[in-house]
Write a protein of this length. Structure first.
Length: 346
C-alpha cells in the first residue's frame, strides 16, 4: 500500500486541527499551528451565530427592490468581524479587570488567549486594532453607499459590544448583558445587514430579526448559568445571578419556546415566508434537551466533553445550531421559489 506523501499528511493534520478547533473552541492535543491558535484565540467556533444572523437578513432581502449583493456580502463580513473583535475585546477587558483568572470558566473550557500563553497581551491588542480598522473601513463604504442609518447601526453595535464588559457601563455586571445580546444579534445585526442590502428597513424585518436573537440570548443565558458559582463571589451580577439558577433555567427554556412562537407570528403577519416554519423540525431537539434544563448540571463532565464547566451553554448551543440552520434553510427555499414576503411589505 502506497503511503501518502509527507506534504499531504501534513496538510491533512493541519486541516483536522482547524476543524477540531472550530468544533470545540479548543486546540487538539499536541503542537498548535498559527491558524489553529488564532481560531482558538478568536473563538471562531461561535462565529456561525453571526453568519446565521447575516444569512437571515440576506434571505429576507431576496426579492426586494434595490438589493445589492455586493453590499450584502460586505455587511455580512462586517458583522462577522465585529463579533470577532468583540470576542477579543472581552478577553482583554476581563483580564485587565481581574475577572478572568486561571480558575475562572473562560480559562477552563478553552485556553485563555493571554493566561495560557497562546498570544501576548500586545498581540491581542494589535489584533483588536487590525480587526476594528478593517470593520471601520467596511462601515465607511456601506455608509457612503446607503447613508447615515448604516452609521447608526454600526456605532450602536460597537457601543453595545464594548459596553458589554468595558467600563464604565460593564453591562454584563449589571444584568444587562443578556438584553444587550438580544438587541445586537436581533435588530442591529439582522436589521442593519438588511438595510445595507436594500437601503431600507421595515417593522416586519425588525420583527423577523427577533426569533434568532432569542436563540443567541438563550446560549448566553446558559453560559451565565454555568458561571453562577464563579460570578457571584466576584460581584458579577448577570441575569442568571439575579434570578437564581432554577428561575434562570426556566427563563432560558422560555426563550427557546419564544423562538418558535415568534417565527409562527412572523409568518402569520407576513414578516417571514411560510417555509420558515421548517425550523419547527427542531422541536424534537428542544424536547430532548428540555430535561437537562429542569435540573442542575451534572457533578462531573460526560466523557470527552470539550468545554467543561460549560454545560447549559453547550446544551443551548446544540439547539440553537439546529434551529437556526433550519430557519436559514426554510428562508432559502422561499427565496429560491420566489416566496419572499417582500410583496406583502409594499
Amino acid at each position: 500500500m502506497t503511503e501518502a506523501p509527507p506534504r499531504r499528511r501534513f496538510s491533512s493534520r493541519r486541516t483536522s486541527s482547524w476543524l477540531y478547533a472550530l468544533a470545540t473552541t479548543n486546540p487538539p492535543p499536541g503542537t498548535t499551528d498559527p491558524v489553529t491558535r488564532w481560531i482558538v484565540v478568536t473563538r471562531a467556533a461561535v462565529l456561525p451565530m453571526t453568519l446565521t444572523a447575516g444569512l437571515v437578513a440576506g434571505l429576507l432581502a431576496v426579492g426586494q427592490p434595490g438589493l445589492d449583493w455586493r453590499l450584502l456580502t460586505l455587511a455580512i463580513v462586517g458583522i462577522t468581524l465585529a463579533h470577532l473583535a468583540n470576542n477579543l475585546m472581552n478577553d482583554l477587558y476581563d483580564t485587565s479587570s481581574g475577572s478572568d483568572s486561571a480558575s475562572y470558566p473562560r480559562a477552563l473550557y478553552a485556553p485563555h488567549p493571554i493566561l495560557s500563553g497562546l498570544v501576548t497581551r500586545r498581540a491581542l491588542i494589535t489584533a483588536i486594532m487590525l480587526v476594528n480598522v478593517a470593520d471601520l473601513a467596511i462601515l465607511v463604504i456601506l455608509t457612503v453607499a446607503r447613508g447615515w442609518p448604516i452609521l447608526a447601526f454600526g456605532l450602536a453595535g460597537f457601543v453595545l459590544s464594548v459596553a458589554y464588559t468595558a467600563p464604565p457601563l460593564r453591562l454584563k455586571k449589571r444584568g444587562l448583558g443578556e438584553p444587550d445580546v438580544l438587541v445586537v444579534w436581533g435588530p442591529l445585526m439582522v436589521g442593519g445587514t438588511y438595510y445595507a442590502a436594500v437601503g431600507s428597513v421595515s417593522w416586519q424585518v425588525l420583527l423577523a430579526s427577533l426569533p434568532y436573537g432569542l436563540l443567541c440570548t438563550a446560549v448566553l443565558m446558559g453560559k451565565h448559568i454555568d458561571k453562577i458559582p464563579f460570578d457571584t463571589p466576584l460581584g458579577i451580577r448577570t441575569l442568571p445571578v439575579l434570578l437564581g439558577a432554577s428561575r434562570a433555567r426556566a427563563a432560558t427554556l422560555g426563550l427557546m419556546v419564544a423562538f418558535y412562537v415568534l417565527v409562527v407570528v412572523s409568518v402569520l403577519v407576513g414578516a417571514m415566508p411560510w417555509p420558515a416554519l421548517l425550523c419547527l423540525a427542531a422541536l424534537p431537539r428542544l424536547v430532548k434537551i428540555w430535561p437537562h434544563y429542569r435540573k442542575p448540571a451534572p457533578a462531573e463532565p460526560p466523557k470527552d466533553f470539550p468545554v467543561w464547566p460549560l454545560w447549559f451553554a453547550a446544551v443551548a448551543w446544540v439547539h440553537t445550531r439546529q434551529a437556526g440552520a433550519l430557519l436559514v434553510v426554510g428562508l432559502a427555499v422561499a427565496a429560491a421559489f420566489g416566496m419572499s414576503p417582500a410583496a406583502l411589505w409594499s
